[in-house]
Design a binder for this molecule. Structure first.
Ligand code: 13P
Length: 272
């Protein structure tokens, strides 16, 4: 075996032993994908799979299939959630989903302020912050998405942009409630492109974001907040990305749609 192979083997060993102990939140955002048949096959393929006890797994399907999740995952450790909620209890809001409806189906998480909702449906920080409030008040964990576009990234404004999104998104919750929130950093220009930032770049931004949260909300709260990364995460890059400092989980789109890749990602993050 040549030196390069030996080095790689040693590196793989180190990576897997590190991943064996670190805890991750793994969230599959299915967006507007999957048919009823595909959802059922996916759930059949994962319901008895050994995902281990270390990481937390969450799948976020389209709303019509939540009843299948409630039924199939009744005795499973895998959690599930919704891709959006409306910040009012009930009323004349055609096409919207109330927090009670998500609770009726056993949801535990809600993705809020995803860049696709911000750009395609003009959701602003103020509106997103009301949804964050609604979730926290109702024991649904909000996954507050933030992320800059390519223009902001290139002109260097992205850090200010991201910290504003965090500040505004969290403006209706107290420091105490921060432990009930997940912040998901997803650079818009990497979503669905197959491209991801280098682990070093992810590390730099996540460290920056955590430092900012610590400064704003105090050491305890900032240190413990779950800060995930998303944007073309897949089995081939998740191991390296997981080594990045201050990344405590992943929000995964395309690669979460197949049960095989979802299981592969879980296996890698278990250090297997
Ligand atoms: P992809 O993993 O398909 O890039 O999607 C990321 C995402 O938007 C998850 O919310």
């Amino acid at each position: 075996m040549d030196k390069a192979n030996v080095k790689q083997m040693i590196r793989n060993e180190i990576v897997s032993s590190l991943l064996k102990t670190q805890k991750f939140l793994i969230v599959g955002n299915w967006k507007m994908n999957q048919t009823k048949h595909e959802v059922m096959s996916f759930l059949d393929a994962i319901v008895d799979y050994d995902f281990g006890n270390k990481n937390k797994l969450v799948i976020v399907p389209s709303n019509p299939y939540l009843y299948l999740f409630e039924d199939k995952l009744r005795y499973s450790k895998i959690l599930y959630g919704v891709q959006n909620v409306f910040p009012k209890n009930e009323g004349a809001f055609t096409g919207e989903l109330s927090i009670q409806m998500t609770k009726d189906f056993g949801c535990k998480y809600a993705i809020l302020g995803h860049s696709e909702r911000r750009t395609l449906f003009n959701e602003c920080d103020e509106f997103v912050s009301k949804k964050v409030r609604m979730c926290v008040q109702n024991q649904i964990i909000p996954i507050l998405c933030i992320g800059e576009n390519l223009e902001d990234r290139k002109n260097g404004n992205y850090k200010k942009f991201l910290t504003n999104q965090i500040k505004e998104g969290l403006s209706r919750i107290s420091g105490e409630e921060l432990k009930e929130v997940v912040i998901a950093y997803e650079p818009i220009w990497e979503i669905g492109t197959g491209e991801t930032e280098l682990p070093d770049q992810v590390e730099e931004i996540n460290m920056f974001l955590r430092k900012f949260i610590i400064k704003e909300y105090g050491n305890d709260k900032g240190k413990n907040i779950t800060l995930t990364y998303g944007g073309s995460v897949k089995p081939s890059n998740v191991g390296e990305l997981a080594l990045a400092q201050d990344v405590s989980g992943f929000l995964i789109g395309g690669a979460s749609l197949e049960s095989k890749t979802f299981k592969d990602i879980s296996d890698i993050l278990n250090g297997n």
